[in-house]
Design a protein around this ligand. Structure first.
Ligand SMILES: Nc1nc2c(ncn2[C@@H]2O[C@H](COP(=O)(O)OP(=O)(O)OP(=O)(O)O)[C@@H](O)[C@H]2O)c(=O)[nH]1
Ligand SMILES: [Mg+2]
Length: 447
């Protein structure tokens, strides 16, 4: 049943002053009345202090609870939010009592799923809820919040409205083919279709940056053994994750760590030095480094300050987006010695010199394009968005030529309709179970 009462933790289990346990569905107030002493559903949306009872009716805690009458609630159903003390025991006892009183344990994402089904938010906003919860960098949070507030949804529904309008106009063409000129000329219709196609393309163009923002950019530290990669990795992370020694070949396994650089999400990878490794293990490490290099959004090629780049290093500069980082600048005596006037940041993990400049350069290279328009344009942040819009773009590209003088408006209408259904699926107007399952299964239980 869709609206049967469900209950789950809204906060992660563990030591905390307060925990949140949520209950939603038809009959939620009856369930709550069995677990909250002297429960009263009204007044709604006002916190009250009460004694919470365990499965045997014994008092287990005192805390606040709130009630929300559907549809004016997050899920659109009757909702009770209970705030027991945190820790492992009490919230678990309370949840067990709620389950004994008739609520079923919620599945991952089930609260948000109900919110979507009840029209409280669309699928894009639901994804934004998950993104906001998962965000680790400020820029990710901002982007998720914008999507949650409906930025992308509005843009896409605007697009959908215009497609429907085009369909309506096309309907006239289809119904009265013998008329020379319908309410609007063929040429105008073709122009409309072309414009819509361009707008879809514009949105699609935000996908690489949007997805990079969503997933974090892969920044790979590479270079010869002993170049100072692991030292720089640790300095950028602000913690000693990777081993550092004066022995060449210290790092063998690639180490990956998620971090934020000036508020932007980055996955930093420290790799084994690139060299003709004598041993089997070292050689394996080099192989992994090469794989990471090939996948990198940006390579930080570490080269000691004051040294000319070798052919091996030049080759890397040629093939990937690279920042050549001059390391150990404290050893060369003078700052930027040997690289005067060059764009290559000089850093020292000993003095901390150049690290801020490097951070700046990393962000500019990875997200620079987005700093300008990120605030204006909603971005496509997931593969799902990109695939659906690419389908819409392809349908529009197929529709437009059919609006030329010798084209077939029936075929054009068919393609525009398919473009609409691509958007519908994206926004969640027509939720197929499969899409819903895929999206909500990644949520935490209490969301
Ligand atoms: N003076 C000085 N020494 C540094 C600096 N960065 C690294 N080193 C030293 O250089 C040596 C190698 O540093 P690592 O960070 O292990 O170099 P790596 O590139 O990771 O080396 P492999 O893992 O062997 O490929 C160590 O002895 C570090 O202490 C720096 O900025 N200044
Ligand atoms: Mg290393």
């Amino acid at each position: 049943m869709l609206s049967d009462p469900i209950a789950a933790w809204g906060t992660p289990p563990g030591r905390s002053a307060v925990a949140v346990v949520r209950l939603s569905g038809t009959g939620a107030f009856d369930v709550a009345a069995r677990v909250i002493r002297r429960f009263s559903a009204e007044p709604f949306r006002e916190a009250r202090l009460a004694t919470f009872l365990g499965s045997e009716g014994e008092p287990i805690d005192r805390g606040l609870y709130l009630t929300f009458k559907g549809p004016r609630s997050e899920t659109g159903e009757d909702v009770v939010e209970l705030h027991p003390h945190g820790g492992l025991l009490v919230p678990a006892q309370l949840l067990a009592a709620l389950h004994a009183a008739g609520a079923r344990p919620a599945r991952p994402g089930e609260f948000t799923r109900r919110a979507v089904l009840n029209g409280k938010m669309d699928l894009l906003q639901a994804e934004a809820v998950a993104d906001l919860v998962d965000a680790t960098a400020a820029a990710q949070g901002r982007s998720a919040l914008r999507q949650l507030e409906g930025g992308l949804s509005r843009r896409l529904s605007g697009l959908r409205d215009r497609l429907i309008e085009l369909l309506a106009l096309l309907g006239y063409e289809v119904d009265f083919p013998e008329e020379d000129d319908g309410p609007v000329s063929r040429e105008t219709l073709r122009g409309l279709s072309l414009d819509l196609g361009l707008e879809v393309e514009r949105l699609l163009a935000t996908a690489p940056l949007g997805e990079r923002l969503h997933d974090g950019a892969l920044v790979v530290l590479a270079g010869r053994p002993n170049a100072g990669k692991s030292s720089l990795f640790n300095a950028l992370l602000g913690s000693d994750r990777a081993l550092v020694t004066e022995l060449p070949g210290t790092t063998r396994d690639t180490i990956e760590a998620a971090t934020a650089v000036e508020g932007w999400p980055v996955r930093l990878a420290d790799t084994a030095g690139l060299w003709d490794a004598p041993g089997r293990l070292d050689a394996l490490g080099v192989e992994v480094s090469r794989r990471y290099l090939a996948a990198a959004d940006l390579v930080l090629l570490c080269v000691e300050a004051g040294r000319e780049l070798g052919d091996d290093e030049q080759a890397i500069v040629g093939e990937r987006p690279v920042i050549v980082v001059r390391t150990k600048s404290d050893l060369t005596g003078r700052r930027a010695d040997g690289q005067a006037g060059s764009e290559e940041p000089c850093v020292s993990v000993v003095t901390g010199e150049g690290l801020d400049t490097l951070r700046h350069a990393i962000v500019a290279r990875l997200f620079g394009a987005g700093e300008g328009y990120a605030d204006l344009e909603p971005m496509l942040t997931r593969e799902r968005h990109r695939v659906a819009l690419a389908r819409a773009a392809a349908e529009l590209a197929a529709a437009t030529p059919q609006l030329a003088p010798r084209g077939d408006p029936v075929l054009a209408a068919h393609h525009v309709r398919l473009a609409v259904s691509a958007l519908d699926e994206l926004i969640g107007v027509v939720g197929t179970e499969e899409i819903f399952d895929r999206i909500f299964s990644r949520f935490c239980v209490g969301k």
